[in-house]
Design a protein around this ligand. Structure first.
Ligand code: MET
Ligand code: ZN
Length: 765
C-alpha cells in the first residue's frame, strides 16, 4: 500500500488566528497561557483536518509562533548572550530574538533575518560560536507529538536536521575569525541524539528530518559530515525520513543514497527529472522514497495523471510498500483553504488547491496508486481530469497581441539610445539637481487615516470621488513636507497603494486576487500574493494620474514610482503552464508603456523597484545565468524606452546583493538606491570589488526602527561611501520606503538627511 504524507502545514490558522494571538500577547492583551491555548487550537485544527482528509503521515512539531528555525535555536539553547542577560521569560527571550525588544529597560535588536531558500519566507538566522553550549532546553518535537496523541492523532514529528541548522546559521560576534558553525557538529549531535531517543520512547515510529541544504551546491563538500551524523542519529532514532526540497540533489545523491536512513523525500514538483537517478541510486537499498509531487510552492491543482505516472514508475522499481506520495515541501508557502474564498468564480476556484485541498490530493493519489477500487476515489480522479482539461483549455486561449509583442521584442528594445555618460549630461541640465541630491525611496507613512479611507472605499462608505480627494490631500501633504524639509527629488508618497505588487496587479489584466489567502512572510507578517492566471497586459495608465498631480503641485522634479516586472512576478503565484521568463516579459512590456506614459506626462525621473530580484535566484549556481539574463532583460525592457534626459532609477533592499552585483550594473538604471545601513555597509565591499559606473544611493539609515539617525551618523556614512564611490555619482537617501514609519520620526530623520547632504556639498565641493 502506498502511503500519503504532508511535510508541514501552514501555521497561521485558517483565519490568521496565530497572528492575532501573537500580536495580542505582544501588546500585553493576553497572557502566555492564553497564547499557548490559541496555538493549541490551530495545531488541533491542522491535525484533525489532515486526519479527516486521510493523510497517513501527519506532521507535528512544524507549528511555530514565529519561525521554525528560531524554535530550533531556542530549544537547543543557541541563544546569544545579549538576549539572556535581561532575565526575561523564555517566551519573551524567544520573541526578543525574533523581533528585538525595547521595553522595561531592555534594549536588544532583533537577530538577522534571511530569505528561506528561494522563497519570500524569512527565517531567523541562528548564531553560533565556540562558546555556544548546546543543550535540549525543551523538546518541542516530543511535546507536540504527545499533544497530538492526546487528541487521538498519531503524527510524524518534523525537525530541522543538524547540518542544515548549522549551515543556515552564522558565526556570532563572539566567534574567533575563521570559525564555521559546521565545526560544532560533533557537539551538537548529542542533543539531537537525546531528542530522538525521547521521541522514540514517546512512541514515534517515524521522524521527518529536514535537510534542505542538500539541494544546494554547498552541501557537496559535506558528505563525510552527513555520513557520520546520520549513522549516529539512526542508531537511536525512530525511522528517519530525510527530507530534501525546493530543488534537486544532483551529485549529492551519491552520498545521500548511502545514508542509513529509512526514507528519503525528494521534490518532484520542481525537479521531476530527479526521479530516475534517485530510483537507480536507491533501488538496491531498503530506502522508502517519498515522492514530492504535490506542489508546496504554488497554488495550482495537481495534475493527477502526471503524478500517477511518476508514482507508477517508482512502484515499478521499488514496489508499493517503498513508495509514499507527498507534498513537495512543507505547505507553509500556501494559503490554508480555498473554502475561505467567496469571491473567486467557480471556474477560477476549480483551478486551485490550497493547503487543505492539497492534503486531500496526496491522499487520493496514494489511494489510486494503491489500486483502490473505492467509488469516491474514482470520482475524484475523474473530477480532477475534468478540472485539468478545463484549465488547459483556458490556457490555450492566449492573448495573441501580447504574445506577438513579446516575440517581436528585439535587442534594440533593451538598450537606451546612448550610454550612461551621455545620458548623465542630458539629465544634469534637465533635472537640475544639486550635487549629492537627496531623495526618498517612494512611500511615506501609511497612516491609520489612509488605511481607514481605503477600507471605507472598499465597503462603499466613501465614494470614489471622496477617496480620490482624500488621496490628493495626502499627496499634497507629502509634497509640501518635502519642499519644506529641502529634499531635491520628490515623490508622491504612494498613499493610494495597499501594497506595491497588489496595486499593479489589480490594474493589469491576467491577475486574480483572493480574500483570505494569506501566507507567512516572517513572524506575524503575512502577505496575500496575487495569482497570475493568464497573459498580462495593461488596459490603461496605472500611476500617471497621481504622479502628474503631484508634479503639478511643485517646481521641483517629481519621481514616478513603479514596481518592476521581476518583483511583481516573484511576489505573486506564477502560472505553471508558461515559463517565468515569458510572464516576466509580459509584465515588462506593460510597465514599459507605463514608463513612457509617465515620460509623456512630463515626469523626468522614473523609479522601477526590483527588491525581489535576488530571491528569485536559482538555488544551483549553474542555473543562475539563465535567470539573471531574463531578469535583467525584463527590467531593461521595462525601462529602456525613454529619452536620454529621462532619469531611470531602481531600488533594492534586504537581500545579499553582492553576488549578483554585476547583474545590477547590467540593468543600466541611471540611478540605483540600495539598502545598506542595515547590512552594515557590506555592500561597499562590492563597490570596491566590482566598481559601479552609474549613479547610486546606498541607504544612509535603517527605516525599520522608529529611531532617528543623528546628523553626525549620516555624515559618517557619507564619508564611508565616498571612499569607493565618486562624489558626483552619489545620491543621499534612506534604506527603503517609509510606509511603516510614523510622521514624527520621518520628519526628524529626513531633516538630518538634508543637513548631512548640505554638509557633503561643502565638504566635498
Ligand atoms: C520593498 S522596496 C519598497 C519600495 C517602494 N517604492 C517603497 O518606497 O515603499
Ligand atoms: Zn526597499
Amino acid at each position: 500500500m502506498v502511503f500519503s504524507s504532508v511535510l508541514g502545514f501552514p501555521r497561521i490558522g485558517a483565519n490568521r488566528e496565530v497572528k492575532k494571538a501573537v500580536e495580542a500577547y505582544w501588546a500585553g492583551k493576553i497572557t502566555a497561557d492564553e497564547l499557548k491555548k490559541a496555538a493549541s487550537e490551530t495545531k488541533k485544527y491542522n491535525w484533525s483536518n489532515l486526519k479527516a482528509k486521510n493523510v497517513d503521515f501527519i506532521p507535528s512539531g512544524d507549528f511555530t509562533l514565529y519561525d521554525h528555525v528560531l524554535d530550533h535555536s531556542a530549544a537547543f539553547n543557541v541563544i546569544p548572550e545579549r538576549y539572556t542577560k535581561s532575565k526575561l521569560s523564555d517566551l519573551d527571550i524567544y520573541f526578543a530574538m525574533g523581533r528585538g525588544r525595547q521595553a522595561d529597560g531592555v534594549d536588544v535588536p532583533a537577530s538577522e533575518m534571511k530569505k528561506w531558500f528561494d522563497s519570500n519566507y524569512h527565517y531567523v538566522v541562528p548564531e553560533f560560536s565556540e562558546k555556544t553550549k548546546f543543550e535540549l532546553k525543551f523538546n518541542k518535537a516530543v511535546e507536540e507529538f504527545k499533544e497530538a496523541k492526546a487528541e487521538g492523532i498519531n503524527t510524524r514529528p518534523v525537525i530541522l536536521g543538524p547540518i542544515s541548522f548549522l549551515v543556515l546559521g552564522k558565526a556570532d560576534k563572539e566567534a574567533s575569525s575563521g570559525f564555521e558553525p559546521i565545526n560544532r557538529l560533533n557537539d551538537l549531535l548529542p542533543v539531537y541524539v537525546q531528542l530522538l531517543k525521547e521521541l522514540k520512547d514517546a512512541g514515534a515510529e517515524w521522524v521527518q528530518i529536514d535537510e534542505p541544504i542538500l539541494v544546494m551546491d554547498s552541501a557537496a563538500g559535506l558528505a563525510k559530515q552527513y555520513a557520520s551524523a546520520y549513522s549516529q542519529l539512526a542508531a537511536v532514532s525512530p525511522k528517519i525520513v530525510l527530507a530534501t526540497y525546493y530543488g534537486r540533489l544532483d551529485s549529492n545523491l551519491d552520498f545521500v543514497a548511502k545514508l542509513p536512513v529509512a526514507g528519503l523525500h525528494i521534490d518532484l514538483d520542481r525537479e521531476p527529472k530527479q526521479l530516475e537517478p534517485t530510483l537507480a541510486a536507491i533501488k538496491s537499498t531498503n530506502i522508502v522514497l517519498s515522492l514530492g509531487v504535490v506542489s508546496g510552492r504554488n497554488v495550482w491543482k495537481n495534475d493527477f495523471l502526471a503524478s500517477i505516472k511518476l508514482g507508477q514508475k517508482a512502484i515499478e522499481e521499488l514496489g508499493q510498500q517503498r513508495v509514499i506520495v507527498a507534498t513537495s515541501s512543507s505547505l507553509l508557502h500556501i494559503p490554508v483553504t480555498l473554502a475561505s474564498e467567496k469571491k473567486l468564480t467557480a471556474e477560477q476556484k476549480d483551478w486551485f488547491s490550497f493547503a487543505l485541498e492539497k492534503a486531500e490530493e496526496v491522499a487520493i493519489l496514494a489511494a489510486v496508486l494503491s489500486g483502490s477500487q473505492d467509488a469516491n476515489v474514482a470520482a475524484a480522479l475523474e473530477a480532477n481530469k475534468k478540472s485539468i482539461d478545463a484549465r488547459r483549455k483556458f490556457e490555450s486561449t492566449s492573448d495573441d497581441a501580447v504574445r506577438k509583442r513579446v516575440a517581436a521584442t528585439t535587442d534594440a528594445d533593451l538598450h537606451r539610445k546612448n550610454l550612461f555618460p551621455k545620458r548623465w549630461e542630458a539629465q544634469k541640465s534637465h533635472l537640475d539637481l544639486p550635487k549629492f541630491p537627496t531623495t526618498t525611496i517612494g512611500s511615506f507613512p501609511q497612516t491609520k487615516e489612509i488605511r481607514a479611507a481605503r477600507l471605507k472605499l472598499g465597503k462603499g462608505e466613501l465614494t470614489q470621488q471622496e477617496y480620490d480627494d482624500f488621496i490628493k490631500k495626502e499627496i499634497e501633504l507629502v509634497v509640501r513636507f518635502q519642499e519644506k524639509v529641502g529634499l531635491d527629488l520628490l515623490v508622491h508618497g504612494e498613499p493610494e497603494r495597499n501594497d506595491m505588487v497588489q496595486y499593479f496587479g489589480e490594474q493589469l489584466n491576467g491577475f486574480v486576487f483572493t480574500q483570505n489567502a494569506w501566507v507567512q512572510s516572517y513572524g506575524s507578517r503575512y502577505v496575500r500574493p496575487p495569482i497570475i492566471v493568464s497573459d498580462v497586459s495593461r488596459p490603461g495608465p496605472m500611476t500617471v494620474k497621481w504622479t502628474s498631480y503631484a508634479q503639478s503641485l511643485t517646481k521641483k522634479p517629481m519621481k514616478g514610482m513603479l514596481t518592476g516586472p521581476v518583483t511583481i512576478l516573484n511576489w505573486s503565484f506564477p502560472r505553471a503552464d508558461i515559463s517565468k521568463e515569458m510572464q516576466s516579459k509580459q509584465l515588462a512590456l506593460a510597465l514599459r508603456d507605463e514608463v513612457i506614459d509617465l515620460e509623456k506626462a512630463g515626469i523626468h525621473a522614473i523609479q522601477v523597484d526590483e527588491p525581489a530580484i535576488r530571491e528569485g535566484l536559482p538555488l544551483r549556481r549553474v542555473d543562475w545565468d539563465a535567470y539573471l539574463t531574463w531578469a535583467v532583460d525584463s527590467f531593461k525592457l521595462a525601462t529602456a524606452g525613454v529619452k536620454d534626459e529621462t532619469q531611470t532609477h531602481s531600488h533594492f533592499c534586504y537581500s545579499d546583493f553582492n553576488d549578483i552585483f554585476p547583474s545590477i550594473q547590467r540593468l543600466d538604471a541611471d540611478v540605483i538606491s540600495i539598502e545598506a545601513s542595515k547590512s552594515d555597509m557590506k555592500l561597499l565591499k562590492a563597490f570596491n570589488e566590482f566598481g559601479y559606473s552609474n549613479e547610486i544611493g546606498p541607504g544612509v539609515y535603517d527605516i525599520h526602527s522608529p529611531r532617528v539617525p543623528s546628523e553626525q551618523e549620516i555624515k559618517d556614512r557619507i564619508a564611508e561611501m565616498i571612499k569607493p564611490i565618486p562624489g558626483h555619482l552619489l545620491f543621499i537617501n534612506p534604506d527603503c520606503g517609509l510606509k511603516t514609519r510614523g510622521w514624527k520620526e520621518t520628519e526628524a530623520a529626513l531633516a538630518n538627511v538634508v543637513a548631512a547632504a548640505r554638509w557633503a556639498r561643502q565638504t566635498y565641493a
